[in-house]
Design a protein around this ligand. Structure first.
Ligand SMILES: [Zn+2]
Length: 456
């Protein structure tokens, strides 16, 4: 038996002006892709054929040419790998491509066309994916993350692989059913580390254990895409349709019933309120410009606010800002380290801030600038600093700061464990947490909690 493995993986804010291009994607192929898919002993007797997996840091819409090229190349390589008994797709589900309603739907249909109706297609997804009827009708099995922040990617891929292998080894052919839930909130409001999603997700294995159910999922969807397919959904892989539909109805009803409890997983307030009320070592998440949710990551709002409060004129308190994407500013500093203008240079908006550094050093595609009590990391590429290894690589100690500013929404497991107060600043940017203030021209109506219709 032969099984192809691969997929496409990103998350696109329609509020970001920055189009994703080919260079934004990292391709995983060959043995590295087999490792990512968890191909091991349980695949005994099955030949795994790696196609490719393209993934980018979340950002703006994907260029139509890039998406078309990914689809065409994937299908060409699949065709060259025929005959295939199955496909394991590793997907995200939140592409946005201008002019295309359902990019992942088109992708899975194209895969189906190549491998034929008999092949089993199983799939692993991010719970922030937008899952359409086209997707669930085209694949045979579906599994999504059950943690946010996501710490169960390998386990999710293993669930998808297990369903695929069981079907290939003579088990009943599974199917996928879906119930849309007209509810869209941010990941921060639906963290599985806190209620209500903690217990909603903890209930999912109980559905798996029911006769006729293979894998139960709650898709939060992606709130920063103003798109007709934007929705939450209960998605259930089953071998008995009635059992699957009953489970999907129950999961959808349970999420809907607890919508009023959905709120950010940490203390949240406007930036000025938080800076005026600082007490003790604090991590401040600059949430509106979080690149891992799709924002540009180039805004200097927090830097401007700290300068206005005099942090550059004294080193009595130490702030560490990691980081601001500013390739031009880094290049300028390499030529002349005496002056610096930063903010919004990739199109993310916000203030332009000028300062005179006390010191500048360069490491790993970054410039590390100090000014009074501020240490500022400028990056040549859009990127997060969510792992302690990111700090260590630049010889920075986050615990040395009184105020650690990261471009993030909910904090990564590494940052959560730091013994610092954790707050989320409701800053502007392409992933603003002010959901009811987002432009809302294309989402299905009604969708809670969006305004501009009578439903709420
Ligand atoms: Zn996600």
């Amino acid at each position: 038996m032969r099984v192809a493995i691969g997929g496409i993986h990103t998350e696109c804010s329609t509020y970001s002006p920055l189009l994703q291009v080919a260079g934004d994607f990292t391709r995983t192929e060959g043995q590295a892709l087999l490792d990512m898919a968890g191909v091991g002993q349980e695949w005994h007797g099955v030949e795994a054929v790696p196609i490719f997996h393209d993934r980018s840091i979340p950002g703006g819409p994907v260029s139509p040419e890039v998406f078309a090229a990914q689809c065409d190349e994937f299908c060409a390589r699949l065709r060259a790998a025929l005959p295939l008994d199955g496909v394991l797709l590793i997907m995200h589900g939140a592409y946005f491509v201008p002019g295309i309603d359902d990019p992942e739907g088109d992708f899975v249909r194209a895969v189906r066309e190549v491998v034929g109706p008999q092949a089993i297609i199983s799939s692993a997804w991010d719970l922030h994916g937008q899952i359409t009827e086209t997707i669930v009708r085209t694949v045979d099995a579906f599994a999504a993350y059950r943690t946010a922040p996501h710490v169960d990617q390998p386990q999710t891929r293993a669930r998808a692989a297990r369903m695929l292998l069981e079907a290939l080894r003579g088990g009943p052919r599974p199917m996928v059913v879906r119930r849309a839930i007209p509810l869209l909130v941010s990941g921060e409001m639906s963290s599985t580390f806190v209620e209500p999603c903690q217990s909603l997700y903890a209930s999912l294995p109980g559905y798996d254990a029911r006769p006729g159910i293979s894998d139960a999922n709650l898709m939060i969807g992606y709130v920063w895409a103003d798109s007709p397919r934007a929705t939450a959904a209960a998605v259930v892989t089953c071998t008995e349709r009635e059992a699957g539909e009953a489970a999907a109805d129950e999961i959808a009803a349970a999420y809907w019933a607890r919508r009023d409890e959905l709120r950010p997983d940490m203390y949240s307030a406007p930036l000025d309120t938080l800076l005026d009320g600082l007490s003790g070592p604090t991590i401040l998440a600059d949430s509106g410009d979080n690149p891992t949710a799709g924002a540009v990551g180039d805004r200097a709002d927090v830097l401007e606010a700290l300068l206005a409060r005099g942090w550059c004129e004294t080193s009595a308190k130490r702030a560490m800002i990691v980081g601001i994407a500013a390739p031009r500013a880094v290049a300028d500093l390499r030529r002349d380290g005496t002056g610096l203008t930063v903010g919004g240079e990739l199109g993310g908006g916000g203030p332009r801030v000028t300062l005179r550094p006390d010191s500048v050093r360069f490491a790993r595609e970054t410039a590390i600038v100090t000014c009074g009590g501020i240490t500022l990391v400028l990056t040549e590429k859009r990127r997060p600093f969510h792992d302690l290894a990111d700090f260590a690589a630049l010889d920075l100690d986050p615990l040395a700061a009184d105020l650690l500013v990261v471009k993030s929404g909910y904090l990564s497991p590494d940052l959560r464990q730091l013994s610092m107060r954790q707050v989320m600043a409701l800053t502007e940017g392409a992933v603003s947490q002010d959901l009811t203030g987002l432009e809302n021209a294309h989402r299905p109506r009604p969708t809670w909690p969006f305004k501009s219709f009578d439903f709420i």
